[in-house]
Design a binder for this molecule. Structure first.
Ligand SMILES: [Fe+2]
Length: 376
């Protein structure tokens, strides 16, 4: 399965994942063969990318990744966050941050649903980077940071109530952006101008002002908004807090926020592969709490299910099994030999058992693998 932009669309491709409308209804089911009229309908709805099935799915049918929360819950939560943020923006435009009243109890209910979905499947690992268009970047990002923060909290043995608090903080961590000029927060971070950047640094304070006395938002969640750009070395903002002066929840949201930014848009506007983003987080203990990063990374697949990898033997394979906490050593179905020739039949190698076999690198561009797999 791989993502294709709908403008470069080739008819006849089969959908790898169902597509939902903003109120959670299925628009097109997984497996549907895409045709021009469907593509037009999707584009009219602002959908720019879809997952499609490829030859690798036929060679490794068990490697189709599932989201860690039900698709419908994700879609409904994104829609809810959008409505909440639009309402917030309208209120703040009228009366400033002081008179804002949020319907936070519904946000809390959504987070509670997310917590329950995550607790229901303790072995789940994030395998999928959901498709996000730039116009709803902020909303999709908020929901994914919430999911990652809750999963991190589960790994840190938090109680149900703590999970909901950290989840609400995560969902609303960037709310303060809505008090800033629209062009600043509407632009994804990769397209920010330097002058926007300095205005943007106000958003943690604005977020705290907006959240601290809202009913249904724990004071701690307001502090998450306040502190999520602080760093353990004291070089963060707005207050330059150090080490333990930064609340644990804010450290979790800081790490989840950075991880999601990196895989969604990277540092140069192209999303990074999970293993690269994970390494970057782990290599910056001055910015991110080490223990928190460790707990976060237990929950993301470094080499996601269905992704292509090059082994140290020179062979190419598809990840067919990821074990929680052991994601650097998945089970791989080897499909190409070291000369790039298709192996028939392929064979499976469990990197946990084979000490001498390692993943050399993840393969981002599937086109060559696809071409070699379909070669006769
Ligand atoms: Fe932020």
């Amino acid at each position: 399965m791989h993502a294709v932009p709908l403008d470069a669309f080739i008819p006849g491709l089969r959908l790898g994942k169902s597509i939902y409308s903003s109120d959670g209804r299925v628009l097109l089911h997984q497996g549907t063969v895409l045709k021009d009229s469907y593509v037009r309908m999707l584009r009219e709805r602002g959908i720019k990318m879809v997952f499609v099935l490829d030859e690798a799915d036929r060679v490794a049918p068990e490697a189709t990744p599932e989201d860690v929360i039900p698709d419908e819950l994700r879609q409904v939560t994104v829609t809810h966050v959008r409505a909440l943020m639009e309402d917030t923006r309208a209120q703040v435009a009228k009366g400033g941050t002081a008179r804002l009243t949020l319907d936070a109890s519904r946000a809390r209910q959504r987070v509670n649903d997310i917590v329950e979905a995550i607790l229901a499947d303790p072995q789940a690992v994030v395998n999928l980077q959901e498709l996000r268009s730039s116009d709803d970047y902020l909303f999709g990002h908020a929901v994914q940071v919430c999911v990652l923060a809750v999963m991190t909290g589960v790994s840190l043995a938090y109680t149900h109530e703590q999970l909901v608090d950290v989840g609400v903080g995560a969902l609303l961590h960037d709310l303060g952006k809505l008090a800033l000029p629209e062009h600043v927060w509407q632009r994804p971070p990769d397209r920010l101008l330097p002058v926007d950047g300095s205005i943007l640094r106000d958003h943690p304070v604005r977020g705290f002002e907006m959240l601290w006395r809202q009913e249904g938002v724990a004071l701690l969640a307001a502090h998450v908004a306040f502190q999520h750009h602080e760093q353990p070395d004291g070089r963060g903002y707005p207050r330059g807090l150090k080490g333990d002066a930064i609340h644990r929840y804010a450290k979790i949201v800081a790490a989840a926020n950075a991880y999601d930014h990196l895989v969604a848009i990277g540092a140069q506007g192209r999303g990074w592969l999970p293993d690269r983003a994970a390494r970057w987080l782990a290599n910056h203990p001055e910015r991110f709490d080490r223990q928190v990063v460790g707990a976060l990374l237990l929950n993301v697949a470094l080499y996601p299910l269905g992704s292509a990898v090059r082994l140290n033997s020179g062979e190419t394979g598809i990840v067919i099994r990821v074990r929680k906490g052991l994601s650097p050593k998945p089970v791989v179905r080897v499909v190409l030999d070291r000369y790039g020739r298709r192996l028939a039949p392929p064979y499976d190698v469990d990197l946990l058992r084979e000490e001498n076999v390692r993943i050399e690198r993840a393969i981002a561009d599937r086109a060559e693998l696809e071409a070699r797999l379909t070669q006769r």
